[in-house]
Ligand binder design. Structure first.
Ligand SMILES: [Mn+2]
Length: 287
């Protein structure tokens, strides 16, 4: 039986949808803590508890049409998994519809960003994460979750925010390329000026947003493989996303790295709410 974002009564047919939820249950490359492959199932289950009306935006974002794809059989082999993500994303983007990938670990995003950068030539990736993910390779793999931003930076421009953990190699690289992230500390210190800083770094009109849930503070997002203290709160993250939706064309986004903890339901509900909130922001500011 298929699972539907917002529950079985609130799905749109594919031809009627402006957003396509793409579950991607995959965590072959998780380095520490596993279970991200269970993220899509738990988030979609939790989404059936969402209020359809958005009280902040005073609208029903679901009216845009949200279709949920069936769960794919994701191959274990990273190169094959990446190809599947890329092919799925291309299919959605070419219909001029917005893909919403639910991971899975962060390697999910590599194939999706490849598809997006191939179609949108002025693309900027907005990367929200506790980690820079700028390693050339990790544990022998160039497709590891720890290399996502590096792979993206080889294809298009990238703006990083929420960072508070980084290897020396990564630091030297971002310093040399003059692309030091907007840190979690800067965001916590002054959300408005940090958000302006993030927006000013984005060059083109089209952006793809990739959200590692560990950008949030572990107090509100404990269910993730590599939690880091000192993260964003809900209002800081949604403020940044709202400004991004207001000023740029978000062509797609993903939420990755939720590793559900049995019996702890608020993190998966938070992810479902975040997805629905971003859909609302995109709809609200659509020209
Ligand atoms: Mn991370």
């Amino acid at each position: 039986m298929g699972m539907n974002f917002l529950g079985s009564a609130n799905g749109a047919e594919l031809y009627d949808a402006r957003f396509v939820i793409s579950p991607f249950p995959y965590d072959a490359t998780a380095s520490y803590g596993t279970g991200a492959r269970l993220g899509p199932c738990r988030i979609i289950e939790a989404s059936s508890q969402l209020e359809l009306f958005d009280e902040e935006l005073q609208m029903l974002p679901c009216r845009a049409g949200i279709h949920t794809l069936p769960f794919p059989d994701v191959p274990i082999e990273p190169e094959k998994a990446k190809k599947l993500a890329r092919k799925t994303a291309e299919g959605i983007l070419k219909r001029n519809v917005i893909p919403v990938f639910i991971g899975g670990d962060h390697s999910t995003s590599i194939g999706v960003i490849e598809a997006a950068a191939g179609i949108f030539h002025d693309l900027t990736v907005l990367h929200l994460d506790a980690h820079t993910d700028m390693r050339r390779e990790y544990q022998g793999s160039r497709l590891s979750h720890a290399c996502v931003a590096r792979r993206a930076s080889e294809l298009c421009s990238i703006v990083q925010a929420g960072v508070r953990s980084c290897s020396e190699e990564e630091w030297n690289l971002i310093k040399a390329s003059n692309s030091i992230p907007v840190t979690a500390a800067e965001i916590r210190n002054d959300i408005r000026s940090a958000t302006e800083d993030i927006m000013n770094r984005i060059s083109g009109k089209n952006i793809y947003v990739t959200i590692d849930v560990d950008c949030l503070d572990p107090s509100i997002m404990p269910a993730t493989g590599t939690p880091e203290p000192g993260g964003l709160d809900w209002f800081e993250l949604t403020h940044i996303l709202k400004q991004a939706a207001a000023r740029f064309n978000i062509i797609g986004f993903d939420i990755v790295e939720l590793a559900p903890v049995p019996g702890l339901h608020f993190p998966e509900f938070t992810c479902a709410r975040l997805i629905y909130k971003i859909i609302g922001y995109i709809e609200k500011f659509r020209a």
